[in-house]
Design a protein around this ligand. Structure first.
Ligand SMILES: [Zn+2]
Length: 461
């Protein structure tokens, strides 16, 4: 098994700290809003890495965290009037539910900052005792970056450059501008906990170091996250953990690429955030995974208008061939084991899902040919494909169920479409009474209409 290690910037043979066991941690979601496709990509990628390592026979303990207290959550709490802890709890429930819809399994351990305040305070006390951190006059506690000479090893940045583009906060409280907060003194009315430095809450970086140590001890095998977390988040995690223990924190650092939408960075401020729940209303989880895993996980994924529809079309074609092979050879239970071997070769090369998925085109081309020749090998191939590719979340369900849900959406009948068009004209003429009457008529015909700025969509009730 080879893994690309961001720390050494090369592919390395995977040798865990303890034979047969893997301790893996991936930074999770800050629950200030619902899950978008970027969150899903990250969750899917590490879920699959875990499953493949299990397939190789490792006993994997996989931990993910929810950052359930931070500035953004506090801001959302102020906007909505919902207390910060309730707001975080509500978002976690929503995110858990949508991840299940996306067929992402739970980690072995779910870690939450608010459930680890004691661990976090203990960690900070250790850093202060070791001379690596200091309390400031206002009740903040900062990490003293100058006491950790290896700072910058992961990102390749030096600590002065590191400040470029970083918002420097509370400069007057720090010894040096690049020192970062471990503990933040509470402002009036904010969620807070008691600590030796007064009421406050943890900084973002410290929660991952402290929760890792509480869950796994001083060292882990794999630490993952999105590439945007390398600096400052992961750099700061290394500084905190290694300053405290004097040991190498994570043996392998893995970073997935970022999501772009039509070539642009996805962000709330650009208004191009794609919510996972909206995508799952339109596409199957199989199509999302097929699209997201068709490139190397380290690459950025560019979401164009065609990406998911195209992936759905491929998935539908594959499911169709599976259904045909199963109908034509109902009793054939054999498998083509070479497919599994080839899959493992691809995955053992730094989880090369791109290669594993591109192989599907060849397999299904052969299935199509073999079906025409009435050769039962067609069914042996689909049997193996289903068994092997379930690890990537593909072909796990009955083809009929897939088609019922995604691929055979009924056409809108002409008479319904005509009423909807009539209603659009009424709205354009600001005839609201008529528009409402036609909405009711559509409802009676069995369709709900939803208006948007570009027109409307009809959904069967
Ligand atoms: Zn983290």
């Amino acid at each position: 098994m080879k893994i690309y290690n961001s720390l050494t910037r090369r592919k390395e043979e995977f040798v865990p700290l303890e034979e047969g066991k893997v301790k893996m941690y991936a930074c999770g979601i800050t629950v200030s809003g619902e899950a978008h496709i970027g969150h899903a990509f990250q969750a899917i990628v590490y879920d699959i890495f875990r499953k493949y390592l299990q397939k190789l026979g490792y006993e994997v303990t996989y931990a993910r965290n929810y950052t359930d207290v931070d500035d953004k959550i506090i801001a959302r709490s102020k906007e909505t009037g919902i207390p910060a802890d309730e707001y975080a709890k509500m978002m976690i429930e929503k995110i858990d539910a949508v991840m299940r819809r996306a067929d992402v399994d739970d980690p072995t351990l779910w870690l939450k900052a608010t459930e680890n305040i004691g661990n976090i305070i203990g960690f900070i006390e250790g850093l202060i005792a070791g001379g690596h951190a200091y309390p400031a006059a206002n009740g903040d506690v900062y990490f003293d970056v100058d006491t950790f000479p290896a700072y910058g090893q992961l990102s390749g940045r030096d600590k002065e450059d590191a400040l470029d583009g970083v918002r420097v906060e509370n400069d007057e409280q720090k010894r040096r501008p690049y020192d970062f907060a471990l503990w933040k003194a509470a402002k009036a009315g904010e969620i807070c906990w008691d600590s030796p430095w007064g009421k406050g809450r943890p900084g973002w970086h410290i929660e991952c170091s402290a929760m890792n140590r509480a869950a796994f001890g001083d060292q882990i095998d794999i630490h993952g996250g999105g590439r945007d977390l390398i600096f400052p988040h992961h750099e700061n995690e290394i500084a905190q953990s290694e300053a405290l223990t004097g040991k190498r924190f994570a043996k392998y650092w893995m970073h997935n690429g970022l999501i772009k939408v039509n070539g642009q960075k996805m962000s709330k401020s650009l208004g191009n955030s794609l919510l996972l729940s909206d995508l799952l209303d339109k596409y199957s989880p199989e199509a999302l995974k097929f699209a997201l895993l068709s490139a190397n996980y380290r690459n950025d994924v560019n979401i164009t208008d065609e990406l998911f529809p195209q992936a759905e079309a491929h998935v539908a074609r594959f499911y169709d061939l599976i259904a045909r092979a199963e109908a034509q050879f109902p009793a054939e239970t054999g498998r083509e084991e070479a497919i599994d071997k080839k899959f493992n070769e691809a995955m053992s090369d730094d989880f090369n899902t791109a290669l594993a998925l591109s192989d599907l085109f060849g397999y299904f081309k052969e299935v199509s040919r073999l079906l025409a020749e009435n050769d039962p090998k067609a069914r042996r191939i689909t049997n193996q494909v289903r068994a092997t590719y379930a690890l990537l979340g593909l072909f796990k369900r009955d083809p009929a169920q897939y088609f019922a849900q995604y691929a055979k959406k009924e056409e809108i009948p002409a008479e319904v479409a005509a009423v909807a068009e009539e209603r659009r004209a009424a709205r354009a003429g600001k005839d609201w009474a008529k528009s409402d009457e036609l909405r009711e008529k559509l409802r009676e015909m069995g369709y709900a209409v939803k208006d948007s700025k570009d027109g409307y969509t009809l959904t069967k009730i």
